[in-house]
Design a protein around this ligand. Structure first.
Ligand SMILES: [Mg+2]
Length: 380
C-alpha cells in the first residue's frame, strides 16, 4: 500500500474495491442483438469504491450487457481486479488523463477502446471522489452550474403489437413521459406500425427514436428509414452492423432521416470518423460504453466542433451511472431526452432507497449533494 504523501493535490489512490450486486429484472428487455434480461431473472451490476490516501471516497458503477457489447460481468470484475487496480494504486486521484493512460496501457485498444465498461466504473468513482472532495455536485466540478439540473427521460417501448404499444405509451404519458424510443428490427414486420402508433399518441414536439441495435441489412434499413421519416421518427440509431461503415455511407446517400450510431462509437476516435465523414447527425452519449466521463467529454467536444446534436442513453444501468450521465450532460445545457431506462427494467431501490428524490416518472432532477448525488447502500 502506498503511504499518503500529504498536501492539497497530492492525494493518491489507496484502495479499489469491487462489489458485484445481483438485482431483480422487473420487465423483459429484448432488442435486435439480444436481451438485457428477462423478467424474474437477476442481472449483475458492478460497483467500484475508491478510497484515497487522505480518506476521500468515490463510487462508480457499470453494467456489462454481453448481448449488447463484448464485456461480461466476469470480464469486468477480472479486468478491474487483475489489470486496472494494480496499475492505479498509488496514482494521483486528480490525474484522470494519466489514469486513463494507465488503464489503456494495461488493456490495449483494438479497433476501439479495450474493456470500456470496466474502465468506466473506475472513471466514475474517481469523478465522484474528486467532486465530493471539492464539495460540489459533479456537474459543477465538470464545468457546469448547480442550476442546470433537470433532464427529461425517454421511455423505452418494448411491445411490438399495436395494442401493447398503446398500453405502454398511454401508461408512460400518465407517468409524465413526453419522449419515447423503441427497439426496431426485433420484429421487422411491425416496425412501422409501432412507430406510427407511438407517434400518434405523442405531443408534436416529443422526440421519438428508433434504435435498431445493428439489426438491419442495407435493404431493410433503407425501407425502414423511408417509412420512419414519413411517420416523423426523429432519428434512426445504429441501423446497421457496427463494423459496416460502407453500408452506413450507402444508407446516408439513400435517406434523409437523421442517423446516429451507438455500438459503433466507443472511443473519441470512432466518433470523430463518423462526424468527419458526415454519416451521423447526433452523438449518442453512453458514459459506460465509452469508458467513462473523461472520454465521453472528448466525444462531446468533437460533436460540438462538428455542430452535431446530443442524445443520451445507457445500458439499463442503475442510479449511479444514470446520475453520473445526467451530471455530465447538464454541464452542456442538455435537458433531454435521455434514454436512461434502468428504472423501467431493473429494481435497484434496495441500493438507492431515496431514488425517488431525484427520479420521478419522466424526469431526473439532480440534487445539490457533492459528487454524483447518491451513494449505493453497500457495506464494505
Ligand atoms: Mg442504442
Amino acid at each position: 500500500m502506498n503511504e499518503p504523501v500529504g498536501g492539497q493535490g497530492r492525494e493518491v489512490i489507496r484502495t479499489i474495491e469491487v462489489f458485484p450486486v445481483q438485482l431483480p429484472v422487473l420487465r423483459s428487455f429484448n432488442f435486435a442483438s439480444g436481451s438485457g434480461g428477462q423478467a424474474g431473472e437477476t442481472i449483475t451490476l458492478i460497483y467500484v469504491k475508491i478510497v484515497g490516501s487522505e480518506d476521500s471516497v468515490g463510487w462508480g458503477e457499470c453494467r456489462p450487457v454481453p448481448q449488447w457489447s463484448s464485456e461480461t460481468a466476469e470480464t469486468a470484475i477480472s479486468t478491474i481486479e487483475y489489470y486496472l487496480k494494480p496499475v492505479l494504486l498509488g496514482h494521483p486521484v486528480w490525474d484522470r488523463y494519466g489514469a486513463h493512460g494507465k488503464m489503456n496501457a494495461a488493456i490495449q485498444a483494438g479497433p476501439t477502446t479495450g474493456q470500456p465498461i470496466a474502465k468506466a466504473a473506475i472513471d466514475m468513482a474517481l469523478h465522484d471522489l474528486l467532486s465530493r472532495r471539492a464539495k460540489v455536485p459533479l456537474r459543477q466540478f465538470l464545468g457546469g452550474t448547480h442550476e442546470r439540473n433537470s433532464i427529461d427521460l425517454s421511455f423505452t417501448v418494448t411491445a411490438h403489437d399495436k395494442a401493447g404499444v398503446m398500453d405502454q405509451v398511454n401508461g408512460a404519458r400518465e407517468d409524465g413521459f413526453r419522449h419515447f424510443n423503441f427497439k426496431a428490427a426485433v420484429e421487422r414486420k411491425t416496425d412501422l406500425v409501432v412507430a406510427e402508433t407511438i407517434r400518434s399518441l405523442m405531443d408534436e414536439d416529443g422526440f421519438l427514436c428508433a434504435d435498431a441495435n445493428q439489426g438491419y441489412g442495407i435493404a431493410d434499413a433503407k425501407y425502414a428509414a423511408a417509412g420512419f421519416q414519413e411517420i416523423g421518427v426523429n432519428v434512426l440509431e445504429q441501423p446497421l452492423p457496427a463494423d459496416q461503415l460502407l453500408l452506413m455511407r450507402e444508407l446516408r446517400r439513400a435517406t434523409q432521416i437523421p442517423l446516429a450510431v451507438d455500438e459503433a462509437s466507443v472511443s473519441p476516435a470512432n466518433f470523430f470518423e463518423y462526424a468527419r465523414t458526415g454519416l451521423v447527425d447526433y452523438l449518442v452519449i453512453k458514459v459506460t460504453r465509452s469508458g467513462g466521463i473523461w472520454p465521453s467529454s472528448q466525444q462531446i467536444a468533437i460533436a460540438q466542433a462538428a455542430g452535431l446534436g446530443l442524445l443520451v442513453s445507457g445500458l439499463s444501468d442503475g442510479m449511479l451511472a444514470k446520475l453520473a450521465t445526467c451530471q455530465l450532460v447538464s454541464v452542456f445545457d442538455f435537458h433531454g431526452p435521455a434514454a436512461l431506462n434502468g428504472s423501467q427494467f431493473i429494481d435497484d431501490s434496495g441500493l438507492f432507497p431515496t431514488k425517488s428524490s431525484v427520479e420521478t416518472g419522466g424526469k431526473v432532477t439532480l440534487n445539490d449533494e457533492a459528487g454524483i448525488g447518491l451513494v449505493p447502500l453497500i457495506t464494505s
